[in-house]
Design a protein around this ligand. Structure first.
Ligand code: HEM
Length: 512
């Protein structure tokens, strides 16, 4: 009951402060709880309804613990883009967002470490050295993709192998993405260690599960010791499997961090081959993190938590995107031939290393046609914030941008509900737009990676990996739907679009 009354008082307070923002569903206190339950199943539809009714403005939708204000239209999105962290905070939103409300973000303070929010230096490491070294690490990425596919979708080296094989797409892609990403994060042999790989795959799920438990307590009873001495918190450790994963990750990666720390002690922090300033195949996330870390940041546990957090942001997002790509490719096989020709032509004229950057493929229009999370760019209002259209949101409000509804807006994308594999490639053919509409582009009409200073810093890495995996599949396999007819259905939960996690697609050695 404690939990219920806590949620109730939160809801009463925010209902009063947000009276001026229109509601989708009922705004009366009790029925808004029913609306919050409906949001789990119908969140995406509620947000699309709000977008159509209130385009250019804001509306609110009920969640279990609070209201979420949803922002629409380029002007308001631009206001978010221009805002400072003191006005609209991305980190506060992520730290407080509850599992009850979303599966993407969770109580990171309790479940991972408050340092992730208070001192997010690992974000800068992803943004700069990781991205800058993508070119030099391309051969490693390509090699790990080939090796993972060979292990998980084997062609058995038999040139005559023509049998179709069932492949469970999500779980297979998850392993490939985890291995490939960690080839760059921690290198060989750890990236292939099954125990290390599984712990990273599971970490996100454990954090979410633990957050659900923590959310049963009112804020003032949430395990305080975790806040003060989180490393020593018995409660936190017992309550969450996530903490055990951190210990396991220390077991696996601790020595690599220690080695790097020792190396730095021996050669000095400002040596000529300083990792963050050097483009070199010898460096990885371990050396970049150690290079940037100072003081308490250099404790092994803190360093390992950064490694897990980057994995947390990288693995499931990229896995979901590539799962959509495989489902689309199998559902619309007419795209296979032209895509293959494009890959082969790029390799022939420019070499493999350019596949990741120069390949023009629109990845089957994945981000408008398949990848459809309803909201992105979550923020918490730190100080009362007034948008350029005059709408003011009080401090404490949680807001997000209606991404999927923007992507489904006919005024922005032609026939958005129709699958068009070359949607973005065609858009680039328009005069003056040849450099726009890239997968990594940020724009007010395309919200997959967010926009502004908190836009996904890992998007160059993710797109590089996605294009290289796609090229590998196109060159080596034929694929088709297992049930011959329909694309495996996406699963909607709380406004999030999750590709079917159990469906199979048929793979065989490429014949033509
Ligand atoms: C297809 C794959 C991916 C998608 C769709 C995606 C999407 C996003 C989105 C929407 C945000 C929030 C933007 C905002 O709030 O304005 C974000 C943030 C972030 N992403 Fe990604 N991401 C992907 C892959 C990756 C990868 C591979 C990495 C790491 C290598 C990564 C690291 C991060 C980090 C560290 C942040 C926090 C940025 C900040 O707080 O300033 N992401 N991502």
């Amino acid at each position: 009951m404690l939990n219920g009354s806590h949620l109730f008082s939160q809801r009463v307070e925010s209902s009063c402060k947000l009276r001026h923002v229109p509601t989708i569903g009922s705004s009366s206190l009790l029925s808004s709880y029913i609306g919050a339950l409906q949001f789990y199943k119908r969140g995406h539809e509620m947000i699309r309804e709000g977008y159509q009714k209130h385009y250019g403005g804001a509306f609110k939708v009920p969640m279990v613990s609070k209201w979420m204000v949803v922002i629409t239209g380029p002007d308001m999105i631009n206001d978010i883009r221009k805002s400072s962290d003191d006005q609209l905070s991305s980190r506060e939103a992520i730290a407080e967002h509850s599992i009850a409300d979303s599966i993407q973000t969770a109580q990171s303070d309790y479940m991972i470490s408050p340092q992730i929010r208070l001192d997010p230096y690992h974000v800068a490491v992803v943004r700069t050295p990781l991205t800058r070294n993508l070119g030099i690490r391309f051969d490693d990425i390509k090699d790990e993709i080939a090796a993972s596919f060979a292990d998980l979708v084997p062609l058995n080296g038999d040139a005559k192998l023509t049998d179709w094989t069932h492949v469970s797409v999500y779980s297979t892609v998850l392993k490939i993405v985890c291995r490939t990403s960690n080839r760059v994060f921690v290198g060989l042999p750890l990236c292939r260690n099954p125990d290390y790989r599984q712990l990273n795959e599971q970490f996100t799920l454990d954090v979410m599960e633990g957050a659900r438990f923590i959310n049963m307590f009112p804020t003032f009873l949430r395990p305080l010791p975790w806040h003060i001495h989180w490393r020593n918190s018995v409660i936190g450790r017992l309550q969450t499997k996530a903490s055990k994963k951190i210990d396991k990750a220390i077991f696996h990666a601790g020595a690599l961090f220690q080695e790097q720390l020792d190396k730095e002690r021996q050669y000095g922090k400002d040596r000529p081959d300083k990792p963050i300033l050097t483009v070199s195949s010898q460096n990885n996330l371990i050396s970049w993190l150690v290079d940037v870390a100072n003081g308490e940041q250099r404790e092994i546990r803190d360093l390992v938590v950064r490694l897990l957090s980057v994995n947390f942001g990288a693995i499931h997002t990229t896995t979901m995107a590539f799962t959509h790509i495989i489902y689309d490719l199998a559902t619309y096989p007419d795209y296979i031939k032209p895509l293959r020709e494009e890959v082969e032509s790029v390799i022939k004229t420019e070499g493999w290393s350019k596949v990741s950057t120069n390949l023009n493929v629109s990845l089957l229009g994945v981000y408008v046609d398949s990848f459809q999370n309803s909201v992105m760019m979550r923020r918490k209002v730190v100080k009362d914030f007034t948008f350029s259209n005059g709408i003011t949101l009080p401090a404490g409000t949680h807001l997000a941008v209606a991404t999927n509804a923007t992507h489904m807006d006919e005024n922005k994308y032609e026939n958005p509900k129709e699958f068009r594999g070359f949607r973005f490639a065609e858009m680039r053919e328009k005069e003056g737009e040849s450099k726009q509409h890239q997968m990594i582009s940020l724009s007010l009409d395309y919200g997959t990676f967010g926009i502004g200073k908190h836009a996904c810093p890992g998007r160059f890495f993710a797109v590089n990996e996605l294009k290289t995996m796609l090229a590998h599949v196109l060159l080596n396999y034929d694929i088709k739907l297992a049930n011959d007819d329909r694309r495996p259905e996406n699963f909607w939960f709380s406004g999030n679009c999750i590709p079917n996690r159990t469906a199979e697609v048929m793979f065989r050695r490429r014949l033509a």
